[in-house]
Design a protein around this ligand. Structure first.
Ligand SMILES: Cc1cc2nc3c(=O)[nH]c(=O)nc-3n(C[C@H](O)[C@H](O)[C@H](O)COP(=O)(O)OP(=O)(O)OC[C@H]3O[C@@H](n4cnc5c(N)ncnc54)[C@H](O)[C@@H]3O)c2cc1C
Length: 376
């Protein structure tokens, strides 16, 4: 068995590496949690799209290169190794787009994907509500039919980047007599539509990384329903599978961080940290190889299932351990090195967003191990 990449993939990797070396900004962009940083990152998305590096695995008609998911992983490895900017459009590109490929109409894909790929429309995920976080099936925001569309009302919260984004996707209760997973519909809506109020939420660093979204009889046309009316749960599970399983957190991100950690350790070669550094590097590499296996399965027609919860537990804990090791290595100087401290602060959110650890463990226990369902 030959486990090496073929020549075509090696050429693709080399082309990506050269482009990134020529184009990644020398100075980091401002944080995309600020208005000016958001605009800078939007510009970067357009630059990527100009040379068709924004969404490499999408069909060409939507701005991609129609390459395989394995090639996409290769591109991501090069992207993070080059220290390229974070993707301000990530929730659209890595969560909504796979959902549209699976459940959207051709008209929706044509209307939405090319602008998403260029950063002309940045999408936010409007799922969580004040009383529906882990238990997303208890959403209370509602959709009422009207004429040729729907009126959306309710409150969403913790919507990343919604302070400056253009559009959002979310679940609404469309059948008032339904409960739990039934009677929900998956909608797209404009964050600037009449009746929408976006209230930014400041993070610990003071920047508005999240927003609350209030909807008061917001009209959306019937064309902005994804999948079938009242079947939103099924559609939402595709989004969640991509958030936990494959697209949102590619191994390239952790491999690059693990390489930086090794470089940091090599400055002192302090034996007190060698085990922790080696563990972080091995875990990042294990996640890379496991993900190669996942994309190979997907290429053979398998669907992502509850094992995406195992994936999410693995990468989120790997990220925390890796950053904690870096801070331990740096000691007191960690506080003046924003690269590692910012990364550490963000890593702490990994076991929460996309479904908390406890929820992932429940899924693993019930759906993979077949253990009895606990009381909720
Ligand atoms: C950085 C970040 C970005 C985010 N971005 C978005 C976004 O873009 N869009 C969006 O909609 N949301 C977003 N969220 C919100 C996120 O999805 C929720 O925070 C998460 O689902 C948990 O919901 P909650 O905060 O309401 O906590 P709760 O659901 O209230 O949970 C509180 C605690 O109780 C535990 N718990 C709850 N139910 C159970 C159970 N059945 N069994 C065992 N333990 C349980 C949880 O594990 C947790 O520890 C983001 C969150 C973070 C931290």
């Amino acid at each position: 068995m030959d486990l090496d990449f073929d020549e075509r993939t090696a050429l693709f990797r080399a082309e990506a590496r050269t482009w990134l070396a020529d184009n990644v900004p020398d100075e980091p962009l401002a944080s995309f949690d600020t208005e000016s940083g958001f605009a800078q990152h939007r510009g970067w998305e357009a630059k990527l799209a100009d040379d068709r590096w924004s969404v490499v695995s999408w069909p060409e008609e939507f701005g991609g290169r129609d390459v395989s998911l394995l090639d996409w992983l290769v591109f991501e490895e090069e992207y993070y190794a080059a220290g390229a900017p974070g993707r301000v459009g990530q929730n659209g590109i890595f969560m909504l787009a796979p959902t549209l490929f699976a459940h959207g109409s051709e008209a929706q894909r044509r209307r939405i994907l090319p602008k998403m790929a260029r950063g002309e429309e940045i999408w936010a995920q409007a799922w969580s509500e004040p009383d529906a976080g882990s238990d997303i099936a208890s959403v209370r925001s509602r959709a009422t039919p009207t004429g040729n569309g729907w009126l959306l009302s309710g409150q969403k919260t913790w919507s990343s980047r919604a302070a400056f984004a253009d559009k959002a996707f979310g679940l609404f209760r469309s059948d008032p007599d339904s409960a739990r997973h039934h009677g929900l519909t998956y909608f797209l809506f404009d964050l600037h539509a009449p009746g929408v109020s976006v209230r930014p939420i400041a993070q610990l660093d003071g920047e508005p990384g999240f927003a609350e979204i209030f909807l008061d009889d917001v009209f959306v046309p019937a064309d902005d329903v994804v999948g079938e009316v009242h079947q939103g749960w099924r559609v939402a599970m595709t989004t969640a599978g991509n958030e936990r399983g494959l697209s949102l957190r590619s191994p390239g991100r952790f491999l690059a961080a693990a390489d930086r950690l090794v470089t940091l350790w090599a400055k002192t070669r302090d034996p007190a940290f060698s085990d922790a550094v080696a563990d972080a590097w091995i875990d990042a590499r294990a996640y890379q190889l496991y993900t190669y296996g996942t994309v190979t399965d997907l290429a053979q027609g398998r669907q992502l299932g509850p094992e995406s919860s195992v994936n999410k537990l693995f990468w989120s804990h790997l990220d925390v351990a890796l950053h904690e090791t870096a801070l331990d290595l740096l000691g007191a100087t960690a506080e003046i090195d924003p690269k590692w401290t910012d990364g550490w602060l963000f890593s702490l959110a990994g076991p929460i967003y996309g479904g908390t650890d406890q929820i992932q463990r429940d899924i693993v226990a019930e759906r993979l191990l077949g253990l009895p369902r606990g009381d909720r």
